[in-house]
Design a protein around this ligand. Structure first.
Ligand SMILES: [Zn+2]
Length: 229
């Protein structure tokens, strides 16, 4: 009979870095293929490696090799319901809206789409109140984080992408203003495309992440070293 572990027993053990089934799948895949996703942190020029000091940054996620016959990355989005907050492929986007594959709820792609729907309901004499509560997909996240908090966010994001992602740190010559009102898709993405072409990023590939994990490293510690190097 297999003995069931009690919580008291498992508490005594030192927590070891665990690799989940999904991450193991990613290991196998890595033998022949590159990672399916990219996590990208874009720092502004006011970036501090000081552990206590927060730096403004932007977080983006991409599907690798989805555009231009494998040569380009396709931007991914997050589900806008705060109790879901999972990655959503833009391949799932329908006209003006998308159904999140994780929570199966409907989201709008942008404020214009929502306005158009609300107006069309009003025009038909229907009550659009339910529609007003539907959130948008999230394209990029702006935050002001210390290196340890960023390492935590990166680890969480990496796990949400099934541990199948390369991590890129990029350094923008532009300011990143941590203010939701600057979270304007068209402009930030224009800036981003230029940055993506101009600058040499720091890359922590899936392959190296897995080699480090297999050697017993804790992912968050490695990420912190990467951020502060
Ligand atoms: Zn969702």
């Amino acid at each position: 009979m297999p003995v069931r572990r009690t919580s008291a027993l498992s508490k005594k053990e030192k927590p070891k870095p665990k690799i989940t089934v999904a991450e193991m799948e990613a290991v196998k895949k890595e033998l022949g293929l590159r990672a399916q996703y990219k996590i990208e942190i874009l720092f502004s020029r006011h970036r501090s490696p000081n552990l206590m000091k927060p730096s403004p940054l932007m977080l983006l996620i991409w599907e690798s090799g989805k555009r231009f016959h494998g040569g380009g990355d396709q931007k991914m989005y997050w589900c806008g319901y705060s109790n879901c907050d999972m990655p959503v492929s833009s391949e799932l986007f329908a006209y003006m809206h998308v159904v999140c594959p994780h929570c199966n709820r409907e989201l709008f792609l942008d404020p214009k789409s929502k306005q158009a729907h609300v107006k069309s309901m009003q025009d038909r004499g229907l009550n659009p109140d339910d529609m007003r509560g539907i959130p948008y997909v999230v394209g990029e996240r702006l935050a002001n984080l210390t290196p340890p908090k960023l390492a935590e966010l990166l680890e969480k994001t990496w796990r949400k992408l099934n541990g199948d992602a390369d991590i890129y740190l990029k350094f923008s010559p532009y300011e990143i203003r941590y203010d939701p009102k600057y979270d304007d898709n068209s402009r930030t993405i224009d800036n981003l495309e230029r940055v993506r072409l101009q600058r040499q990023p720091v890359i922590y590939t899936l392959k190296n992440i897995l080699v480090d994990l297999a050697a017993g490293a804790e992912l968050r510690t490695r990420l912190l070293a990467m951020i502060t190097s």
